[in-house]
Design a protein around this ligand. Structure first.
Ligand code: ZN
Length: 497
């Protein structure tokens, strides 16, 4: 009995130990996941705090955001990835917005000034100031610049019919063929006010991309008709002429002087680029991206909550990116370099991602795969993955292989591609970088749509909403597997090599 009892006790003890061990293991794994979720939450609580005031480019919120991320990444062991000793870690990006200021138009027949009311025409430029003086007008009807010679257009103002549709392609083509300016007759439904409103909203662009010197004018149909009568012809006759197959552009017997100026707003902001050095950097690099910017103060008084904190969009993506970096820095050195890019001005039109590709720290062809991370804190653990950008790169098959090994499910179909243009990966794709967004966030589109319809881009995307991090934590794990695979030269070589 004693022995028996002892034996049964020891059996019980063994069983206990086993149960305890299994329970202990589960606990440890859960603790690890919970630990990761807590780390993600810690980052989000800093980046989406009111102190960071919505991470708007060019504000104190930018300085705080970049300092926080830079210090985290430095502590993790990353090095600067800018490849520019003059700008370690942070690459300056200049954004320019221009809104129309002055608009002047004068018409002359010979030396006589035609009486004229200014509000019947609008002169616009995408540069600072643009001026054309006493240039002859050339009526081109519906021409798009093709078939017109430089000789015909050079030094002249091309006058075109627009038939009611906004057609900047035709305007640009005429300017490219040498016209000094283009004057569009609003002979359809469009009004000058609509043209002006559209231009007011044109928003920011990269400083390098803004064109100077072009001059686009718009004139009402009535005003043009009156002008033409003064010059001894009629708009009706010209419009009729333009429909003929043998129509040839016609010089009108008056000249015009146009001037357009803009008010300029400049934002000086930054991309943050870090690198985890690989053993064989010549073999290329893997790029991980998350945008750091958001909208700053986005609601008017008297709203109580005026800050768009961007907890989900995209403090959560920055948190995921940072925890991927931490874990990758702890594993054995990879073959390829891994670049970590926190972009600016995503919300203003993916401008930081374009700036990166315009002025990259490595030849773009060296980037074997790019993974964007945006709005990660949406879905709970166990949500399948979606690929935004599916079918647009050569990466899908390899991603599927990694998912298999990691026992992760990728949702079928390409429904998530609906969102492909709304994320930095799209800008990278325009520059032929194979870029996708692989995430649980878009794995449950109903949940994502619910977010988009509610707190997305509003003050409600803040720390007061319940922030689900189960899926985000699994996204961290999956990206580590992805990067380890794509950075391994024995496992992955890009197409064509
Ligand atoms: Zn956004």
């Amino acid at each position: 009995m004693k022995r028996g009892r002892r034996r049964s006790w020891s059996h019980a003890a063994l069983l206990c130990v086993m149960v305890f061990c299994v329970a202990g293991q589960l606990d440890a794994r859960e603790r690890l996941d919970k630990g990761l979720e807590q780390r993600l939450r810690d980052h989000i609580e800093v980046l989406a705090s009111d102190e960071f005031s919505g991470r708007e480019p060019g504000t104190d919120g930018e300085a705080l955001t970049l300092r926080y991320l830079g210090m985290q990444w430095f502590d993790i062991g990353l090095v600067s990835g800018t490849n520019d000793p003059g700008n370690e870690w942070f690459v300056p990006v200049t954004l320019v917005a221009r809104e129309p200021a002055a608009s002047v138009a004068q018409f002359r027949i010979g030396r006589r000034l035609v009486p004229w009311t200014e509000d019947e025409a609008l002169m616009l430029t995408s540069g600072k100031r643009s001026l054309v003086r006493d240039a002859p007008l050339l009526f081109v009807g519906k021409a798009d610049g093709q078939g017109l010679s430089r000789n015909e257009l050079a030094g002249r103002i091309a006058v075109m019919l627009d038939g009611g549709k906004s057609d900047s392609d035709r305007q640009n083509a005429l300017l490219a063929e040498g016209a000094s300016a283009v004057l569009t007759i609003l002979d359809g439904q469009r009004t000058l006010t609509q043209v002006a409103v559209r231009r007011q909203r044109s928003g920011y662009a990269l400083a390098d991309d803004t064109l100077g010197g072009d001059l686009e004018g718009f004139i009402t149909k009535d005003a043009m008709a009156r002008l033409l009568v003064t010059a001894g012809t009629s708009l009706k006759a010209l419009t009729q002429e333009a429909t003929h197959a043998d129509f040839a552009p016609r010089v009108l017997n008056f000249t015009a002087s146009f001037e357009a100026t803009t008010r300029e707003t400049t934002i000086r902001t930054h991309n943050l680029i870090a690198r985890l050095p690989g053993k064989r950097p010549d073999s290329g690099a893997v790029l991980l991206v998350a945008h750091w910017d958001h909208f700053g103060v986005c609601a008017e008084e008297p709203a109580e909550d005026r800050i768009c904190n961007g907890a989900v969009d995209n403090a959560s993506g920055l948190a995921v990116l940072t925890e991927i970096a931490r874990r990758l820095a702890q594993v054995a050195r990879l073959d390829r370099d891994v670049y970590f890019l926190a972009t600016t001005a995503e919300e203003l039109g993916l401008l930081g991602a374009h700036a990166f590709a315009d002025n990259p720290p490595l030849p773009l062809g060296k980037i074997v795969a790019a993974f964007n991370i945006d709005s990660a804190a949406i879905a709970p653990a166990g949500t399948p993955l979606a690929i935004v950008g599916r079918g647009m790169t050569g990466l899908d098959a390899t991603i599927a292989k990694v998912a298999d090994r990691e026992k992760r499910v990728i949702v079928a179909g390409d429904e998530a591609n609906e969102f492909v243009r709304r994320q930095d990966g799209w800008a990278l794709l325009q520059h032929d970088i194979p870029a996708v967004l692989v995430t649980s966030g878009y794995g449950d589109l109903d949940r994502m749509r619910k977010f988009i319809e509610s707190d997305y881009h509003r003050p409600g995307d803040d720390l007061n909403r319940p922030i689900e991090l189960g899926g985000a934590a699994q996204d961290v794990a999956f990206h580590i597997a992805l990067v380890r695979w794509f950075a391994d030269t024995t496992r992955f070589s890009p197409a064509g090599e």
